[in-house]
Ligand binder design. Sequence first.
Ligand SMILES: *[C@@H]1O[C@H](CO)[C@@H](O)[C@H](O)[C@H]1NC(C)=O
Ligand SMILES: *[C@@H]1O[C@H](CO)[C@@H](O)[C@H](O)[C@H]1NC(C)=O
Ligand SMILES: CC(=O)N[C@H]1CO[C@H](CO)[C@@H](O)[C@@H]1O
Length: 617
Amino acid sequence: MTVFVTIVAGLIILIMSLHFSFPYLMHDLQYIFTILKIRSKRLKYKENHYTVLGCFLDRVKTEPEKTFIVFEGKKYSYLDADKQSNKAARALEMHARLKGGDTAALLLGNEPHFVWIWLGLAKLGCVSAMLNYNIRSKSLLHCLLCCEVKVLIAAAELKDAVEEILPTLKEQNIAVFILGAECDTVGVETLSDKIDQASEEPLSPDLWSNVTMGSPAIYIFTSGTTGLPKAALVSQYKLWAATFFPAVSGVNCRDVIYVTLPLYHSSGLIIGLSGAIERGTTIVLKRKFSASQFWEDCRKYNVTVMLYIGEIMRYICNTPKTENDRDHKLRLAIGNGIRPDVWREFVNRFGCIAIKEFYAATDGNMSFVNYVGKIGAVGRVNFYHRKVFPYALIKYDIARDEPVRDSNGLCIEVPKGETGLFVSKITNLAPFDGYANNPHQTEKKRLWNVFQKDDQYLNSGDLLRIDQDNFIYFQDRVGDTFRWKGENVATNEVSDILTMIDLIKEANVYGVQVPGHEGRIGMAAVILKEGKQFDCSKMFSHVATYLPAYARPCFVRIQNSLELTGTFKQIKVKLAQEGFNPTLIQDPLYFLDQRQMAYIMMTQELYDSIVSGNMRL
Ligand SMILES: *[C@@H]1O[C@H](CO)[C@@H](O)[C@H](O)[C@H]1NC(C)=O
Ligand SMILES: *[C@@H]1O[C@H](CO)[C@@H](O)[C@H](O)[C@H]1NC(C)=O
Ligand SMILES: CC(=O)N[C@H]1CO[C@H](CO)[C@@H](O)[C@@H]1O
């Protein structure tokens, strides 16, 4: 008896002391257990070449009547989706003559047809290139050409964007379809009528029998650190890896997932749509995010899980307080980029909602998730991860825009608590698929000789910090990309567009911080051409024509010369630190005024109202 009591008491003391010295031990073990479970599933899928399409077809078999998508009040079951995608596949097979291995590009907003066409293409053994529907002209063309697209399928309302590049598309033999029933443009075919007429009978599995885990599944475009968007290749294997994210985060088949993020992004497409298929859940699909409709929708559709990017959570917190703020079933929010203050406010106001903040990149090979719910962190170091997927934070020289190297030419790991560049080892388990037709950019992402001669790491371009308790925090993006409103803005791409206008000789684009705002907003330092004046309305209409709203420089600073580094890189850090305060900057400064549809002269009054948050950006 006494022996028993002693053992029990000893065990209790052991557990208590473990709990105090390792307060997150249970969380860590639970997480590792989930990961191991999923890993064995993934390996089984890998061996059998079981793709996300295969998983979808199994859902159709086991729960045909289950609601898959709710869109604008209409419900579509898994069986409906199957039939609709059969029709889309048949129409594309017959009229676009697509066959296994071909790539088709989707230039579509969030709507059920996006899903039917994506699944339909998979049923033909084809690859989908997911275009950002905000991009135009040169960038759009570049995206289509770099992944050797055979067919472009565009929404009817994007016809103008397509017509602008039509001559080149024809030269390149790219067939163009508009998702509408009528179109009088020569060289553009309609698709909706053809889908309507096609049979809904299942297609032969032979059509996708060549697809293996190594086959490309989709292309997702990322704004690179230089120049035009890059097509990140997502293989079937990698698609699975990210598709398990909702499973890791605790989503189950009874959940209803609210998806407002664009389906051309990995979050909306892979974590939302593909993740829903893996879990067998229902998704409520929205064309766009609307803060005012958010809770109403959540109540109407019994939403239990939402996907977010940082700004979305802030917009929800900015809605007026109501008495029924806690009247909803939302229990889980999965996303990326929520600020600590917004996080606190969100849970204080709307109740106990678990927030699973994660860190991942479409073109990366490593991801973290903050499974403990520690406010502000993007993830947590644990021994399993470190062992299987080696990574490190290394010293980085921001001004020179390169890692610091020691006398042997190797990189230096930063101590805990310090910010460093996140690099992850490229291995068979964590491969780097690279970018389509872009060996130069693919090579640029690789970092050699990091800790040993000839080793190979992936340069994330992100600065992270790990604290004493092993939580990982996102700090910033290095180099030439900044984030605004949840979108990456490639500064060189914006510069290219700015210098297309006849009054600008050179442009240096960078992001500046504005108090109370997540990320950085675009600013450009420009040199005017000899004898040219800054034309406020012409400049406005130029950027409004060629750039999506989030990428338009909000501030323009006119300089006489642009400072360069020794390696002829533009100096951005200093300019970004100088910001847009007219009392500190002697150069002429302009502000992009949406209401006046022009750039206007920056004044102290304007500056004050922007900084105080009275002027909305
Ligand atoms: C599968 O690959 C073989 C060999 O490359 C090819 O002959 C065949 O046409 C492909 N089948 C499909 C459906 O793409
Ligand atoms: C939401 O849940 C309630 C109560 O469980 C149920 O009565 C209602 O039908 C559900 N609504 C939808 C759209 O599923
Ligand atoms: C972000 C991402 O895709 N990370 C993946 C890197 O590769 C490993 C192994 O394939 C995956 O487990 C990660 O999810």
